[in-house]
Unconditional design. Structure first.
Length: 346
């Protein structure tokens, strides 16, 4: 029995975002008794209320920065997926303390509220930018992972299982590059590309939901789960969208933004040394050693194992034709293409 069948009440923090809406729809399709959407944006909640029109979805206005509001919203919940975060790299660079308050302290509030309310499991959403972080968003997410793992390490008998999932770029999620490129194509403008050779992992929203489901079903305290996602260059992604919409490929190379890396990493070499392979997924287990490191000096195998990280430069690279097919699989892209065709037919 998977968690979607067994769970009766699930709360999603940041539930009005792209992932949250996809997860809500999946949960309703699996006949969960109640889905609690927790967010601070009442306008987006009102939009969802009209779109879904389902009494099983309950809306809670609150902020993960406010421990009391999280505590109230998570009472009686079986599972929590924590997606609320500041996610935009440049804005976190300009307002780093805001990222600390939401991504680190807010995540702490979610975990502690879940423990107090007897929640069975919490999955927190992390990012490839948390591995070797060079920007505030990645640093704050890396700290969020450490908070989750420290909870698991320091509370081995807790009834609440806390684990993490790491994502690459989720295609057509709010604020991502694909909706921006489509908007620029429709306006007849060049596509603004930071660096055409920059590589990024690609995942669909459905793939991201599958990763969360896998974590809920298989997590042990402190685990980090990664999906073995393919990648592409930003230049090839722009070229694929231009082909899909049948427009000439015109790029405006604007340069790397604050805090961006050329390539991203989903799992470091050090993590791969102890990772477990689940086929489509990797599990990086918690390091359960205590602070008495002298006990471990002569133990363990110090040789062998992976010599590289799992990153967007060495994973399977999608060509333009493969990216086109992946984009065609997205409902949002199909809707944009249908709208274009309808306008052309008028």
């Amino acid at each position: 029995m998977n968690f979607l069948t067994a769970a009766r009440r699930v709360m999603i923090t940041g539930g009005t975002g792209s992932f949250g809406r996809t997860m809500v729809r999946r949960l309703l399709d699996r006949n969960v008794d109640e889905v609690r959407v927790f967010s601070r944006d009442e306008a987006k909640q009102d939009d969802m209320r009209r779109i879904f029109g389902d009494e099983r979805v309950r809306y809670h206005v609150g902020d993960v920065r406010d421990r009391d509001s999280v505590l109230r919203a998570s009472r009686g919940v079986d599972h929590v997926f924590h997606a609320a975060a500041l996610k935009q790299v440049p804005s976190c660079e300009f307002f780093p303390l805001e990222a600390v308050r939401t991504n680190i302290l807010g995540s702490t509030n979610v975990i502690e509220a879940a423990e107090r309310n007897g929640v069975r499991s919490v999955v927190v959403l992390s990012t490839d930018k948390a591995v070797y972080p060079v920007n505030v968003m990645g640093m704050s997410k890396a700290m969020m992972e450490k908070v989750a793992q420290a909870y698991a390490r320091n509370n081995p008998s807790s009834a609440t299982t806390v684990s993490c999932v790491r994502y690459g770029n989720v295609l057509y999620s709010r604020g991502s590059v694909v909706p921006l490129f489509i908007e620029q194509i429709k306006a007849g403008r060049p596509l603004t590309v930071t660096d055409p050779q920059m590589t990024r992992f690609l995942m669909s929203l459905d793939d991201s939901v599958a990763l969360v489901e896998h974590a809920f079903e298989h997590a042990r305290p402190g685990d980090i789960f990664v999906r073995k996602a393919p990648a592409c260059t930003i230049g090839d992604l722009a070229e694929a969208l231009c082909q899909l919409f049948d427009v000439p490929a015109k790029l405006d190379v604007i340069g790397v933004r604050h805090g961006e890396k050329s390539d991203e990493t989903l799992a470091s070499r050090e993590e791969l040394l102890r990772a477990e392979d689940f086929g489509e997924f990797l599990r990086v287990p918690l390091d359960v050693r205590g602070l008495n490191y002298a006990l471990y000096v002569t133990e363990g195998d110090l040789g062998g194992g992976p010599t590289e990280d799992f990153n967007s430069a060495n994973t399977r690279r999608l060509g333009v034709a493969e990216i086109v097919e992946l984009l065609r699989s997205l409902p949002e892209v199909r809707a944009e293409l249908a709208l274009r065709d309808a306008v052309s037919a008028c």
